[in-house]
Design a binder for this molecule. Structure first.
Ligand code: DC
Length: 222
C-alpha cells in the first residue's frame, strides 16, 4: 500500500499524513524534511546554494537517513540528528533554492521512489501524486484556503493568529509556495487525484476524509 499526499504549506498535510500512517500501520515519509535536511547539510559545509551544479553534485553524496515511524519520525544526516534544526527559519528561508534545483530533485525523487517500491508507506510532499508515485492506489491533494493556511502557520510559528502574526507568516507561506510551484504543480489535482479541502475541517475531520478516500479507492476498511 502506498498513499501519496500533496499540498501547499499550512494545508496540514504533515500532521494528517502522520495520523493516517499511524492509523493504518504504515510508515510515514516526509519528503519536505528531505529537502530541508539537504539544505542544512549544504549550509553546514559552506556550499553556495546559488551554485546549482555544485549543489546537485554534493546532494548525490548526502548520507541521509529517514526514520519513518509515524509516532517518532526523525531525520539523520550521517551521525547527526537534524529533526529539530531543519525546522529553524534559516532553513525555511533557504530551502526553496535547493528544492528548485532540478539535479537535487532528481536525486531525492529517486530515493523516494526506492522507499515507495518497498511499499507500506504514506508519502507526503509536493510532487508525490504526480512524479514520485503517480501509480499509487491512493492519491490525495490536501488543499486549504490561503486564509486558513496563513492562520495555521501563524499559530504554529508565533502562537497566535492575530493580524500581526499572520502578516509575519505571509512571506514564508505565500512566497515559498510561489517559488515551489515553479517546479511542482501542487495547487490543482492531476487526473485521478482526490481533493480534500481542509479549510473548514478540524484535524480529526480531515484525517477521516482522507481515510474515506482510502476506503473508496482500495475497498479496505479503515
Ligand atoms: O513541506 P515543507 O515546508 O517541509 O517543505 C520544504 C521545502 O521543500 C519547500 O520549499 C517545498 C519543498 N518540497 C518540494 O519541493 N517537493 C517535495 N516533495 C516536498 C517539499
Amino acid at each position: 500500500m502506498v498513499i501519496a499526499i500533496d499540498g501547499p504549506s499550512g494545508s496540514g498535510k504533515s500532521t494528517v499524513a502522520r495520523r493516517v500512517a499511524e492509523k493504518l500501520g504504515l510508515r510515514y515519509l516526509d519528503t519536505g524534511a528531505m529537502y530541508r535536511a539537504v539544505t542544512w547539510w549544504l549550509l553546514e559545509q559552506g556550499v553556495d546554494l546559488a551554485d546549482r551544479d555544485r549543489v546537485a553534485e554534493r546532494t548525490a553524496q548526502v548520507p541521509l537517513v529517514m526514520g519513518m515511524d509515524p509516532k517518532n519520525p526523525n531525520v539523520r544526516v550521517g551521525e547527526v540528528d537534524v529533526t529539530k534544526v531543519i525546522r529553524e527559519s534559516r532553513i525555511s528561508t533557504a530551502v526553496s533554492a535547493v528544492a528548485t534545483n532540478l539535479g537535487v530533485r532528481a536525486e531525492l525523487v529517486a530515493r523516494q521512489q526506492e522507499i515507495a517500491r518497498a511499499g507500506g508507506v504514506v508519502i507526503e510532499g509536493r510532487d508525490i501524486t504526480t512524479v514520485v508515485a503517480p501509480d499509487a492506489p491512493v492519491r490525495v491533494l490536501l488543499t486549504a484556503s490561503e486564509q486558513a493556511r496563513l492562520a495555521r502557520r501563524a499559530l504554529e510559528l508565533h502562537g497566535s493568529d492575530d493580524a500581526a502574526a499572520v502578516e509575519a507568516t505571509r512571506d514564508q507561506v505565500v512566497r515559498r509556495d510561489a517559488d515551489d510551484s515553479t517546479v511542482a504543480r501542487f495547487t490543482e489535482a492531476a487526473d485521478g487525484v482526490d481533493v480534500v479541502d481542509s479549510s473548514d475541517l478540524t484535524l480529526d475531520e480531515t484525517v477521516d476524509a482522507v481515510l474515506a478516500v482510502v476506503e473508496r479507492r482500495t475497498g479496505a476498511r479503515t
